[in-house]
Design a binder for this molecule. Structure first.
Ligand SMILES: NC(=O)c1ccc[n+]([C@@H]2O[C@H](COP(=O)([O-])OP(=O)(O)OC[C@H]3O[C@@H](n4cnc5c(N)ncnc54)[C@H](O)[C@@H]3O)[C@@H](O)[C@H]2O)c1
Length: 326
């Protein structure tokens, strides 16, 4: 089976490519494990360290000819990871809507024209929740408070509608903030959640734009990739009628708890400067501080065990590459 990843040169795209190469199989349309014969990664940037065994298509997902080139009749699964991240989508409305919404629809249209409906995994976000109680549950309504979150919610509805019509087998997962992201800080409003750990662990300075008491809902890259693959492989019957969206389980930690974990791991918290940024606090402070995820729990999705384990994953996984894949 052929598998296509959008945003395949990005943080999670790289991790997922590695996991698919290592695992070698995914559930096919009939539910049985099938060998992955081809992995195609579409991204507007070339990966700094291309993976052997992965085919990279360098182009913009807003360009229909790029989708035509990368997605063909043998495409059995699509993981849609490409996105303009939260801070950038808020700063540039038109870019955010073009990539996060218009290209998602174009991608779904491309999939609609395939001879067999592919499994379609959409990386949504807890940014879908804006106005929400501090702890949300599976049935909390989504009321996004920024362009990124709004586009994710519309994308979820589109995936649900294309699935209802039988054009794809769609599944959307609202990801927690993924920590620790390797490489350089990006333009996600939550970027600090990784940099306040990653930089001091390497003896470098970091800036924290939010208060120490801010709780964040997080998951490690290793756990989220395992969850995305589990979500892909679930049989269609696992989904309730009209519901193709799941909140993934995560872990609530405050910035103080992250810093305490950093110190336990030998990092110097004195390297962190505390410089409040109202714009970032407004975006991240509106995201859920915790979630109850009984649907995902029942289906076998897992959270991490604690901040120490999350830091341990980073130290294990990123020592070889130095984390600079972008
Ligand atoms: N990392 C997180 O904490 C997190 C949390 C919640 C949701 N998500 C979602 O998961 C997905 C992957 O996140 P990530 O952290 O890997 O992001 P990332 O920014 O590292 O990767 C996204 C990739 O998409 C590519 N891209 C952007 N616009 C494109 C375009 N027009 N055409 C082609 N490629 C384009 C970028 O070049 C980048 O390589 C995103 O959809 C994101 O919204 C991530």
């Amino acid at each position: 089976m052929e598998v296509v990843l959008t945003g395949g040169a990005g943080f999670l795209g790289r991790k997922l490519s590695e996991a698919l190469l290592a695992g070698g199989t995914l559930a096919g349309p009939g539910g049985d494990g099938q060998p992955i014969t081809r992995i195609v990664c579409i991204d507007q940037v070339k990966p700094a360290h291309p993976l052997e065994g992965v085919n990279y298509v360098c182009g913009d997902i807003c360009d229909g000819s790029v989708l035509e080139q990368a997605i063909g009749d043998d495409t059995a699964s699509v993981f849609h990871l490409a996105a303009v991240v939260s801070g950038q989508a808020e700063a540039d409305f038109d870019l955010g809507m073009r990539v996060n919404l218009d290209a998602t629809r174009a991608l779904l249209e491309r999939c609609r024209r395939l001879p067999n409906p592919p499994r379609f995994i959409f990386a949504s976000s807890v940014a879908a929740f804006g106005v929400a109680p501090p702890v949300v549950d599976d049935d909390t309504p989504v009321r996004p408070l920024n362009s990124y979150g709004a586009a994710k919610v519309i994308g979820e509805y589109l995936v649900g509608e294309y699935a209802r019509r039988g054009w794809i087998d769609g599944r959307c997962f609202r990801l927690p903030t993924i920590v620790i992201r390797p490489g350089a800080p990006n333009r996600a409003a939550s970027s600090f959640a990784s940099s306040i750990l990653r930089e001091p662990l390497r003896g470098k300075k970091a800036v924290c734009p939010v208060g120490k008491d801010l709780p964040i809902w997080i998951q490690s890259p290793r756990t989220v990739i395992a969850n995305l693959i589990l979500g892909h492989d679930l049989p269609p019957e696992a989904w309730e009628e009209g519901l193709r969206v799941l909140n993934l389980p995560g872990l609530t930690v405050t910035v103080s708890q992250m810093v305490a974990g950093l110190e336990r791991a030998g990092g110097d918290s004195g390297l962190i400067s505390w410089v409040p940024d109202a714009a970032i606090e407004a975006i991240v402070g509106a995201w859920p501080r915790g979630m109850k995820t009984p649907r995902a729990d029942k289906l076998g999705f897992q959270p991490d065990t604690g901040i120490d384990a999350i830091i341990g994953v980073f130290q294990e996984d990123e020592t070889g590459l130095g984390g600079g894949q972008q």
